[in-house]
Design a protein around this ligand. Structure first.
Ligand SMILES: [Zn+2]
Length: 348
């Protein structure tokens, strides 16, 4: 299998290019929180299939074809989730709209996009309230994963750690459906944390450490978390985490966490990917670019887009062809088992 060209599966993409009508509707929804007369109904948002097609064909799909990636696991724009805005009803309506758009994209381009769900989280609200939307996305929309926000307060960290029983209703559903969660915060409303430069990477590191200090995966041996953005500071500080686990009398990290935690390749330079693939076992690395996302420019030192991560994975000397197959395809099929089922049904 390693001799064939792998299917290149990008496990981390968001609908950052949705038609402007979506943002306009959201702005009216936010205005409606303080002025009920401004509140729009979901049916007032009208976006045609042609508009969806145009935003994908001229953006994500165009770059996928240029760069040679085949499928993107596609979720609503992370920074727009903004779970801190409004109450559960606001989040619930917003999540349903955003998920439906990703579903429609997956129907228009079934060979290139498959959905992952945004949850209608809201600060201080029981995560159990997210289950109906999660069920709809998996059962009706064929989504293969979820994005779980460990901090719906948007940078103030008012929720319990991911190891707390608070989150268990979500985990029970994930295990039942065999879907992974990408641990992904949304926009920061704390001025100390830049959204994509600090808050995202802080959250990645924080999520890993919350798992390390706990015995969460003893309660959920088959639970799967994908920690994005290359795992934040985790791979770079692997020795620190190993040493902390040792002092806490935890098992070695391979036993304690790496049956359940995976990292993506959204690291935007070659030395970063070299480090990731040197430190983290190849079984735990899934290809992703988060394109079109936070970093959209061209690196003047290479002449290529920073987020063209496939180049780095191909160029690193740490991987042989069989290992590259794992990173591009094999690991994604294993971690996102419902994606594998869908691909097989498509004859892929
Ligand atoms: Zn993301």
């Amino acid at each position: 299998m390693s001799q064939q060209q792998p299917l290149v599966i990008d496990v981390h993409g968001h609908y950052t290019t949705a038609p402007k009508a979506l943002e306009a509707w959201r702005n009216r929804q936010i205005a409606g929180i303080t002025d009920a007369s401004a509140k729009p109904s979901p049916s007032e948002l009208k976006i045609s299939d042609d508009e969806l097609r145009e935003t994908i064909e001229t953006n994500q799909l165009k770059l996928m074809k240029e760069r040679g990636s085949d499928i993107t696991i596609f979720s609503p724009r992370a920074s727009f989730m903004a779970h801190h805005i409004g109450d559960f009803e606001v989040s619930s309506t917003w999540a349903a709209i955003c998920n439906e758009l990703c579903y429609r994209v997956s129907k228009l381009f079934p060979h290139h996009f498959i959905g992952a769900a945004m949850l209608p989280q809201s600060p201080g609200v029981d995560p159990r309230t997210c289950i109906p939307e999660l069920e709809r996305c998996v059962k009706e929309y064929g989504f293969v994963g979820i994005n779980l926000n460990p901090d719906p307060s948007g940078g103030h960290w008012t929720s319990p750690p991911l190891s707390d029983r608070h989150w268990y209703p979500i985990y029970e559903k994930m295990v039942e459906y065999d879907i992974p969660a990408m641990i992904h915060v949304s926009t920061s409303c704390n001025a100390c944390f830049h959204t994509t430069g600090a808050h995202y990477l802080n959250a990645d590191t924080t999520a890993f450490m919350q798992c390390l200090t706990s015995d969460l995966f003893k309660d959920f041996p088959t639970l799967k978390f994908l920690i994005p953005h290359g795992g934040g500071a985790v791979p770079y500080h692997w020795g620190r985490f190993r040493g902390l686990a040792q002092e806490m009398k935890k098992p070695v990290l391979e036993e304690h966490l790496l049956k359940n935690i995976f990292f993506d390749t959204c690291v935007y330079h070659q030395p970063g990917i070299n480090l990731l693939t040197e430190v983290i076992p190849v079984e735990n690395i899934l290809f992703a670019s988060e394109m079109i996302g936070a970093v959209r420019g061209i690196d003047p030192r290479t002449g290529h887009y920073y987020d063209d991560t496939k180049r780095y994975v191909q160029a690193t000397a740490n991987l042989n062809d069989a290992q590259r197959y794992q990173v591009f395809e094999g690991n994604a099929r294993r971690v996102f088992s419902r994606l594998d089922t869908t691909l097989k049904a498509q004859g892929r």
